[in-house]
Design a protein around this ligand. Structure first.
Ligand code: NAP
Length: 504
């Protein structure tokens, strides 16, 4: 069947034709799919979730084999993935997400005011790059695919080679859902192959209208560059690099030394540190309590067993990243896992540096993807502020503080707000809730566009544009903007939010 995962051979002529065909089919499917009612689109998303659920028993061992992620984690991630699909189904069934707005005509005004209506519409074929560290939740049927389909866009997935079998299996569930739901055949397609060739060709194709990516800074930056080389550039929503600073304020460090050390050792080593929200930088003000915290953290890290990483590439990047850090002037190792690492296993490591050395060397602000964290010891509040100002954009910024700290360090806390898309108080940054209020995004280089999130219902906003319809007849308007509001959605009518029909 044409819609089966295409494993594109990199013979240039055939390859180019294949991509052309894939993108043409995606464009044709989009012209039909965007007209499908929200109810039918929602039921398609629910069917994908159901079909994935049916594959659970088969999927988890395959993905475990491919990624080294434990079954418990994979089962949880699978549930998150199906819930995510259902969450978008609920969103589009309710319908108000399209931000319909109506400004009625006023013929008594001089000059007369026309009838003006606005809503969000899908942009069209979206290219999704599967991420290696979330084989379900950020891959073939993950958040980017779910949000793009919910918007009414067709999707072409560039599957991740590190879990090719998983990608293939998940895609069979999508195909089944396409058949059951009577959705245009090529609404979702998946291609496997190298990013540099297949991925580039997809992004460069004129029919591509948006890109979703989670991975390395180099990868995300390359996609933006491809987009800029196009005759008509397109938005690239890349989630790339974040070291997620955590500030431990003095009063909480003194009162909760051991508990904070246990909590953060667990967060640093969770999932072998392979989370984009891993706490990579821990900051505090020099004191006896902060020293005690560092030794307690060190004790916990020593006990952490080395574990297998997702794939050999990530493991060698981690080892190289740590080795490079260890050569930087001023860095001291606090502790590392005491057990020897076997093949593809990562040793957890925490190190420290004083604020002066940190501020003089940009390398300390680079991400080392894995169970590594750097502690910055600041002489005083001013140095702490300088260190925070020295950081690039982040996904998260965490405040570990008592009420006294919150009062004493209000200016530093305010500074923490400027750094990231999500600011946390007395929680660990690992663990990203999928909900309407989530922001999984942040200033560059955490992402390419801090105005958007890749997790939660508002992730749909990446795949739409507003359209304004002026002076249209009622029968020409989409249901969302019709006078009688047939979908009963919440609309802004003459600047008032209402579900009422228009009185005409
Ligand atoms: P990656 O190397 O960025 O790859 C992700 C996807 O993008 C793959 O499909 C890859 O294709 C494609 N790609 C990479 N470079 C490209 C380019 N120049 N042009 C077109 N496509 C390109 O990420 P990864 O494989 O998941 O892990 C590698 C490193 O990324 C890790 O060691 C870590 O440092 C970082 N990472 C960060 C996060 C985060 O959330 N911050 C998450 C995961 C990984 P191929 O199939 O050809 O590789």
């Amino acid at each position: 069947m044409m819609y089966e995962t295409a494993n594109l051979k990199e013979v240039p002529a055939i390859f180019e034709n294949n991509i052309k065909e894939v993108m043409q089919r995606s464009f044709d499917a989009f012209t039909l799919f965007k007209k499908i009612t929200p109810g039918k689109r929602a039921s398609f998303l629910e069917t994908i979730a159901d079909e994935i659920e049916k594959l659970r028993e088969q999927l988890v061992p395959v993905t475990n084999e491919e990624t080294n992620l434990p079954s418990a984690r994979l089962n949880g991630e699978l549930t998150r993935t199906t819930s995510q699909l259902k969450m978008f189904a609920t969103l589009i069934k309710e319908g108000s997400w399209v931000e319909a707005s109506i400004d009625t005509a006023d013929n008594n005004r001089t000059p007369s005011k026309p009838d003006i209506r606005k809503m969000l519409v899908p942009v069209g074929p979206v290219i999704v790059f599967g991420a290696s560290n979330f084989p379900f939740a950020f891959s073939t049927a993950g958040g980017d695919t779910a949000s793009a389909l919910a918007s009414g866009s067709s999707v072409v997935i560039k599957g991740h080679s590190a879990h090719a079998k998983t990608s293939e299996l998940i895609f069979t569930a999508i195909k089944k859902a396409i058949e059951i739901s009577g959705i245009p055949e090529y609404t979702v397609q998946q291609v496997m192959g190298s990013g540099n060739t297949v991925g580039k060709a997809l992004v460069m194709h004129p029919h591509a209208k948006g890109v979703g990516f989670t991975g390395s800074f180099t990868g995300g930056k390359a996609l933006v560059e491809y987009s800029n080389q196009r005759e008509i550039p397109i938005p690239v929503f890349a989630e790339m690099s974040s070291i997620n600073p955590v500030v431990f304020y003095p009063d909480t460090i003194e009162k909760n030394t051991e508990a904070l050390a246990t909590m953060y050792a667990a967060s640093i080593t969770l999932g072998v540190g392979q989370f984009c929200t891993n706490p990579g930088i821990l900051l505090g003000i020099k004191s006896k309590s902060f020293n005690n915290f560092l030794s307690a953290l060190g004790n916990e890290i020593t006990k952490a067993q080395p574990q297998k990483m997702l794939h050999s590439g990530i493991c060698s990047s981690y080892k190289k990243g740590v080795a490079e850090m260890l050569t930087q002037q001023g860095l001291e190792v606090i502790a590392q896992s005491s057990s020897e690492a076997k093949d593809m296993e990562a040793v957890a490591l925490v190190a420290s540096v004083n604020a002066k050395d940190f501020l003089s060397n940009k390398h300390f602000t680079e991400e080392v993807f894995g169970p590594y964290s750097l502690t910055i010891i600041c002489d005083d509040k001013e140095k702490l502020k300088q260190c925070l100002q020295n950081l690039k954009g982040q996904l998260t910024s965490t405040i570990m503080a008592t009420d006294k700290d919150i009062k004493d360090f209000a200016d530093v806390i305010e500074l923490q707000h400027t750094l990231a898309g999500r600011v946390l108080l007395n929680n660990a940054p690992t663990g990203v809730e999928v909900c309407a209020s989530m922001v999984h995004g942040g200033p560059y280089p955490a992402t390419t566009d801090a105005r958007f999130t890749s997790v939660g219902t508002t992730a749909i906003k990446r795949w739409v544009r507003p359209i304004c319809l002026q002076n249209f007849n009622d029968n020409m308007l989409p249901d969302e903007l019709k006078n009688n509001n047939p979908l009963s959605i919440l609309r802004l009518v003459d600047n008032v939010h209402t579900r009422e029909a228009l009185k005409v």
